[in-house]
Design a protein around this ligand. Structure first.
Ligand code: MN9
Length: 300
């Protein structure tokens, strides 16, 4: 499997919905074009940010089909298939991604029930057997109820199709320890946007996250400056990203990221209930003032 081809900056693509909670195809296409136009290396669809866990299987397929039309062959596309309640649903989504000839699939471990490691192993094994696509583990212990230890992750490394991990945690010793234990057989993406630069120093090949939807330029600049040896520039850009994340989490929820995109002239639609569908108008107005101070140049 060609691990090297996956490096770079990916947006965990937002999914625009309308007032009735339906996917807004037009807004989704507009968003994808914006992201590709900014030079991102890839899209990670139906993840946490993309509300994959908040959609049914048919809706998730619809997103994958629209993304295929707009993005396949232009940028890498990784489809997250987890959180879809059972193994059969997740396998169906893997097969669908394979039929669409997308680049890879990813999944959180099974959630809600207290699973034994053997159950988790069988789950990933089933996903691996459902297609020839490379498979990533989406590691986000704060949302999936506890972390798999590095020893367990190394066990999962026995599954052939698994080529890496999207590491959404802040413990860099654990991240590097895992990569070393995997002896370069896995690649890792950094999940926390606010820690992309330090994650690069610990060996990640790129980043996947929500703020990449909004200010892709800064993430690309961090990546380029780091690899070009301009650490000062990389640190400056990371500080701006951190300021953005800090503002976004102050308003909270995926709706805040959609609101920030609206400041750039991109309509990323609403969120889907039970998530809060939008920020109150008052919050939008105050957030806009703060955003414009931070990013006078990233308005359009
Ligand atoms: O993994 C995202 N994490 C979640 C990616 O959605 C939980 C990140 O992009 C965060 O949204 C971001 C802000 O904390 O780092």
């Amino acid at each position: 499997m060609m691990k090297e081809n996956f490096s770079g900056v990916y947006a965990a693509l937002l999914t625009p919905f309308d007032e009735r909670g339906r996917i807004s195809e037009k807004k989704l296409r507009g968003l994808i074009r914006f992201e590709i136009g900014k030079g991102l290396n890839g899209l990670y669809i139906c993840g946490s940010t993309g509300e994959g866990i908040n959609m049914n299987v048919d809706e998730r397929k619809e997103v994958a089909e629209i993304v295929t039309e707009e993005a396949r062959g232009k940028v890498k596309v990784i489809v997250h298939v987890g959180g879809s309640t059972n193994t059969a649903n997740a396998m169906e989504l893997v097969k669908h991604a394979s039929k669409l000839k997308l680049d890879a699939v990813a999944s959180i471990p099974p959630i809600y029930y207290p699973f034994r490691f053997a159950d988790i192993f069988n789950y990933y094994q089933a996903l691996a057997e459902a297609s020839d696509l490379p498979l990533f583990i989406y590691y986000i212990p704060q949302l999936t109820g506890g972390a798999l230890s590095n020893d367990k992750l190394v066990e999962l490394g026995k599954i052939q199709n698994i080529i890496g991990i999207k590491y959404t945690a802040h413990d860099f010793f654990t991240l590097q320890d895992l990569l070393l234990k995997m002896d370069n057989r896995w690649i890792a993406f950094s999940g926390p946007d606010e820690m992309f630069l330090p994650a690069l120093t610990m060996g990640v090949v790129g980043s996947i996250g929500s703020t990449q939807n909004v200010i892709p330029e800064l993430f690309l600049e961090i990546y380029k400056s780091f690899h070009g040896g301009d650490m000062h520039r990389a640190m400056q850009c990371q500080q701006l990203v951190t300021r953005a994340v800090s503002l976004l989490i102050q308003y909270g929820g995926i709706a805040a990221w959609k609101t920030a995109l609206s400041f750039r002239g991109i309509d990323a639609g609403l969120c889907k209930p039970p998530l809060r569908i939008a920020l109150p108008d008052q919050d939008k107005a105050t957030m806009k003032k703060q955003w414009l101070k931070l990013f006078p140049e990233h308005v359009k």
